[in-house]
Design a protein around this ligand. Sequence first.
Ligand code: ARG
Length: 431
Amino acid sequence: MTEPSQTEVHQIAAAPARTASYEADPAEVRRVLLLYSGGLDTSVMLKWIQDEYGAEVVCLTVNLGQPGEDYAAVRDKALKLGAVDCHVVDAREEFARDFLAPAIKANALYGGGYPLFTALGRPLIAKLAVDYARQAGCDTIAHGCTGKGNDQVRIETTIATLGPELKVIAPVRSWQMGREEEIAYAREHGIPVKGGTESAPYSIDDNLWGRSSEGRWIEDLTHAPEDDVFQLVTRPEQAPDEPELVTLEFERGVPVALDGTRLGLVELLERVGALGAKHGVGIVDHIEDRIVGLKVRDIYEVPAAAIVLPAHQELEHLVGTIHQNQFKTGLDQKWGYLVYAGLWWEPLRSDLDAYMEAVNAQVTGTIGLKLYRGSARVVTRESPNAVYDATLASFAESGGLFSQTASPGFIELWSLQSRMAHQLRRRDEDA
Ligand code: ARG
């Protein structure tokens, strides 16, 4: 049964141009590790790789805390579609400890609004792909990224860095099947397709730290968000009319307790996320500059990050000096950009982490926030390391640390250059 569309696909794919050294030579693909999500693209890939290359496919599905995912069903689907094996790896602990905790310490936000959940997940997913490819004797790793996004950069950078002996194929990038052709291919090959042909879904990516939607009307910048895009966060207008106070306790920059209950980071973030989602917190409508030149609009739902990041930043400001606080902002931004840009393994990132660690050694204390209809506002702060003393206003009470009577002398010196410059300019104007 060779449908015309299928033949076309075969022809297009028969001689893909290879640009980079890590791209696979089709003749040498024997056993492929496929990063498998269970969705349409990667399911079509799973069949297509077997047919096209005559290769065996081992699937890897990584659990980074995608809400509501049925991993047993994903695994069953992979095996039904001919995968020789399908590993489902729960990497939530590692993700939280090695990726999210450093991101919190670096107040990581790209473009002022995107907490980088996808960008943080990709290097871990690709690192696991390298590990499992080696373990399973695969020569090639396949992923489902398109040629338009950042994710291909993050995944392939990681593979080329950590697994230089491995090759990469990215069928979705090279095969040029549209959605209709993919659905036709799926139908021909007994791959279950959810929903109709006409209702293309949003392109979704999610994990413990947030959820993104792209595509459809989101690409129309004049189009205000439609309600159906919000699958995680309650819309603020439907959130409870009663505010809720939450406290987050941090130790050395990492949240360790919610409302006085000590929790592991994964569970803490899940619970904070649920609270934020209930109160409409963490909706971000964002235009960002992609690494590959394009601008993109994303609708983000980031209820955990929208609470944890401001709380962390508030505490960090309280325990840091003005000089540390001003300096760190620039480093935070650099850290976020490296991660966004797929350079997780770049040594500058770990150099910066050393600084983040040093500063965060002091970031211990408790922040209270009020959640109410879309906002999370810091209302209380407490820290044994706060560079703050309410008694400093008085010389006697402060034990001689601070004297208001010294202020005029300070002001005279502090303003010296500005005053001189001002007079020079007045002299020039008057002349
Ligand atoms: N724009 C974000 C980023 O570049 C989110 C991408 C979401 N990925 C996806 N495959 N839908 O990190």
